[in-house]
Design a protein. Sequence first.
Length: 54
Amino acid sequence: MTKMTEKLLKIGNRAIKKAQENNRKKGIPNVYSINGKIVFQLPNGDITTQYNFS
């Protein structure tokens, strides 16, 4: 891996962590795909496959 690639990955990972933390503070779930299945990490840390957006 080149130094430029490492630097870009570091910047991207930092931005992702910041966005995830902002979502938690605002009560918005973080959304991931695990083994091709959509899962939601709720602000309290619980992980679920179903989320009511209303």
